[in-house]
Design a protein around this ligand. Structure first.
Ligand code: NAD
Length: 245
């Protein structure tokens, strides 16, 4: 048996992705020795508490890292997952990423557990805008504000201390419950709720596959584990599935 064989014969495979899948698009991961959180304190720049107290601090942080997120392009791993969806070999992608690269690679069924940088919302009147609008303002002033009411704009991402919308979580768990194969790509599985996804899928009888550069604490749960860059491994798996059709 191989991963390609399992995906080829799965009835409902679900992929979970994390920051590692976007590393080959030039986006840094958050944890680890070179991760963003070794340079920034998440509690002071990316928590809802610090945002509410002083949105300027958050936007200064966003100004530093935002450009790389806005200009990043999908890589071979994003493309491979989009192709697997096209081939009806995976049902959907659940992602912890906020970069929107899955959709830009062509994936249609994407559940974004931590939201997306694609839009910003007013914290006062809840009006929403494309992020480009906030970027224009960011270039001219410190804090992007709502043109309707003057409230601070916040990206539609889940900051530390914020709840993940219940509807999104319910959607994710519904997919996991019906999955017969769970493919985790580029995630340390340290952050909840994603850290609970492999067990939830396993309980429903899914086989667990992990593609990651390093070991995670859920490795013992895995039926298959490949160590290496997702941008090399996933296209090879797609190729092997195509050959077997
Ligand atoms: P993480 O930083 O905790 O872990 C990333 C994992 O990916 C590591 O285990 C690492 O070994 C692995 N990895 C690195 N490069 C890889 C590659 N080329 N191929 C395969 N694996 C690779 O990331 P996480 O588990 O997603 O959790 C961090 C949180 O930070 C998430 O909640 C996410 O929202 C957020 N985040 C998002 C982005 C993004 O949107 N691109 C970037 C950084 C962090």
């Amino acid at each position: 048996m191989s991963i390609a064989h399992e995906i080829r014969h799965a009835r409902r495979a679900v992929a979970l992705t994390g920051a590692g899948i976007s590393a080959e698009s030039g986006l840094g991961t958050f944890r680890g020795k070179d991760g963003l959180w070794s340079r920034y304190d998440p509690a002071s720049v990316a928590s809802i508490e610090s945002f509410t107290q002083d949105p300027r601090k958050f936007w200064e942080f966003a100004r530093e890292i935002g450009w790389s997120f806005l200009t990043a392009k999908p890589n071979a791993a994003h493309m491979a997952l989009a192709e697997l969806e096209d081939m009806k070999r995976i049902d959907c992608v659940i992602t912890q990423n906020i970069d929107g690269l899955h959709q830009r690679a062509g994936s249609k069924r994407v559940i974004e557990v931590h939201g997306s940088i694609g839009q910003v919302a007013c914290t006062k009147c809840t009006a929403t805008y494309e992020t480009a609008k906030a970027v224009d303002q960011l270039v001219r002033q410190d804090v992007p504000t709502c043109e309707r009411c003057g409230g601070s704009l916040k990206p539609q991402v889940v900051l530390f201390g914020e709840m993940i919308p219940k509807k999104t979580l319910d959607q994710a768990f519904k997919k996991l419950k019906s999955a017969d194969l769970f493919l985790a790509v580029g995630t340390s599985l340290e952050v909840y709720p994603a850290a609970s996804f492999p067990e939830a899928a396993k309980k429903s009888g899914a086989k667990i596959v992990s593609i990651n550069m390093e070991r995670t604490r859920w490795d013992d749960l895995c039926d298959y584990r490949v160590s290496g860059p997702a941008g090399e491994i996933l296209p090879r798996i797609v190729q092997a599935i195509k050959i077997s059709f």
